[in-house]
Write a protein that binds this ligand. Structure first.
Ligand SMILES: Nc1nc2c(ncn2[C@@H]2O[C@H](COP(=O)(O)OP(=O)(O)OP(=O)(O)O)[C@@H](O)[C@H]2O)c(=O)[nH]1
Ligand SMILES: [Mg+2]
Length: 336
C-alpha cells in the first residue's frame, strides 16, 4: 500500500515536474517569439529611420540643387540684363551720335561717290531754275525737297571713264532779299544729313542777267531788247551790296568752299557786236558788271576758293559745260 501510494506520488511529482518543464518551455518559446517580434520591430524601425534619413538627404540635395539653379538663373538673368543694358546703351549712343552727326554732316553717300553742294543766288527771273535743269541734264528736274523758302535739287552725274559718281545738290533759294536766304540756310541746318550743312558747301554761283524775265513766262522767244539793261543791271548791283555779300559769304567756310562762279545769264539775248545801238553786247554787259565781278573774285580769294566768270545761257546751254567741268573738278569726297 505504501508502495503504491509512493508510486502514485512519484508519478504525480513527475507529471507536475513535466508540466512545470512544459510550462517553462512554453514560457521560453513565448519569450523567444516576443524577442523575435521585438527584433523585427527594431529592424523595421531601423529601416524606417534609414529611409527617413535617406529621404531627408534627398530632400536636402534637392533643396541645394534648387538653390543652385535659382542662383544660376539669377546670375544668368543678371548677366543677360547687364548685356541688354550694355547693348541698349550702345544703340542709344550710336543713335545719339548719328543724330549729332546727321545734324552737322552732309548727305551720306557711298565711298566711291563725290559731292558738290551748290548754292545759287540771284534775283527772281534770272534763270536759276532753268540753269539747274540744264545742269542736272534733266529738263524736268524736280526738286528733291521744296519748301516755301527754297528748293533742293539732286542729280547724279558720271565723268567719262572716271569711277566716281558725282552727286550735285543745288539749292535754289526763293525771295528777293538776303534775309530769306539766311533764314532758308538756317532751316537747312535743322535738317538731318542736309547737303547744305554748314561747313560743307562747295560752290557758290552768283547769277545775274541783263534782261528782266518776260512778262509772259510762256513767251519762249522774247525779242532782243536793249532798253531795260541799265535798270536790270542796276537791280543786280543793288542786290549784291557789300553787306549782302558779307551775309552770303558768312554762310560759307574756307576749306569747304572751292569755287565762286559769277554766271552772267541770257547771253543768247546779247548781240555779237559791241557797238550795236539796240542790243547790248557782251563787252558792254561785262563792263557794267565789272565792279561786282571784282568784288566776288576778291572774296573768293579771301576764302581760298577759285573764281570763274561764265557768260552763258541757261536756255541754250552756252557756258554750262564749263560750269559742269568745274563742279566735277571741285567735288569733294568727304560726304560719305
Ligand atoms: N532768253 C533767255 N531766257 C532765259 C534764260 N534763262 C532763263 N530765261 C527765262 O527767264 C525766265 C525766268 O527763268 P527762271 O529759270 O524761272 O528764273 P529763276 O531765277 O528761277 O526765277 P525765280 O524762280 O522767280 O526766282 C523764264 O521765262 C525763262 O524762260 C536764258 O538763258 N535766255
Ligand atoms: Mg526759280
Amino acid at each position: 500500500m505504501t508502495l503504491a501510494v509512493a508510486a502514485i506520488q512519484e508519478y504525480r511529482k513527475k507529471r507536475q515536474a513535466e508540466e512545470a518543464r512544459k510550462k517553462v518551455e512554453a514560457e521560453a518559446e513565448r519569450a523567444k517569439a516576443e524577442a523575435a517580434r521585438a527584433r523585427e520591430a527594431r529592424e523595421e524601425a531601423d529601416e524606417e529611420r534609414a529611409a527617413k534619413r535617406k529621404a531627408e538627404a534627398a530632400a536636402k540635395k534637392a533643396r541645394e540643387q534648387a538653390e543652385k539653379s535659382r542662383q544660376e538663373a539669377e546670375e544668368r538673368i543678371n548677366n543677360e540684363s547687364a548685356q541688354f543694358e550694355k547693348k541698349r546703351t550702345e544703340v542709344e549712343e550710336r543713335i545719339n551720335k548719328e543724330w549729332a552727326e546727321s545734324m552737322t554732316r552732309p548727305a551720306k553717300l557711298p565711298a566711291s561717290a563725290k559731292r558738290n553742294s551748290i548754292i545759287i543766288v540771284a534775283l527772281g527771273g534770272t534763270g536759276k531754275t532753268m540753269l539747274i535743269r540744264h545742269l542736272l541734264k534733266d529738263p524736268n528736274a524736280n526738286p528733291q525737297k521744296r519748301t516755301e523758302e527754297y528748293a533742293l535739287y539732286h542729280g547724279v552725274r558720271s565723268n567719262g571713264g572716271d569711277r566716281h559718281e558725282y552727286h550735285f545738290y543745288v539749292s535754289d533759294y526763293k525771295g528777293q532779299n538776303i534775309g530769306t536766304l539766311v533764314r532758308a540756310f538756317v532751316l537747312q541746318q535743322k535738317e538731318r544729313w542736309s547737303p547744305m550743312a554748314y561747313g560743307y558747301v562747295n560752290t557758290l554761283v552768283v547769277m545775274v542777267d541783263a534782261f528782266p524775265p518776260p512778262d509772259d513766262p510762256t513767251d519762249d522767244a522774247p525779242e532782243k531788247i536793249a532798253d531795260p539793261i541799265e535798270d536790270r543791271v542796276a537791280k543786280h548791283i543793288q542786290q549784291w551790296s557789300e553787306p549782302a555779300l558779307d551775309a552770303v559769304f558768312g554762310l560759307l567756310t574756307s576749306g569747304s568752299l572751292k569755287q565762286v562762279c559769277f554766271f552772267i545769264n541770257k547771253c543768247d539775248l546779247l548781240s555779237n557786236h559791241t557797238d550795236t545801238d539796240r542790243v547790248p553786247g557782251k563787252v558792254q554787259v561785262e563792263k557794267l558788271f565789272e565792279p561786282l565781278k571784282v568784288e566776288l573774285r576778291k572774296r573768293a580769294r579771301t576764302q581760298d576758293a577759285d573764281f570763274a566768270m561764265i557768260f552763258g545761257s541757261a536756255k541754250n546751254g552756252d557756258g554750262i559745260p564749263l560750269l559742269e567741268e568745274a563742279l566735277i573738278k571741285y567735288s569733294s569726297a568727304d560726304g560719305s
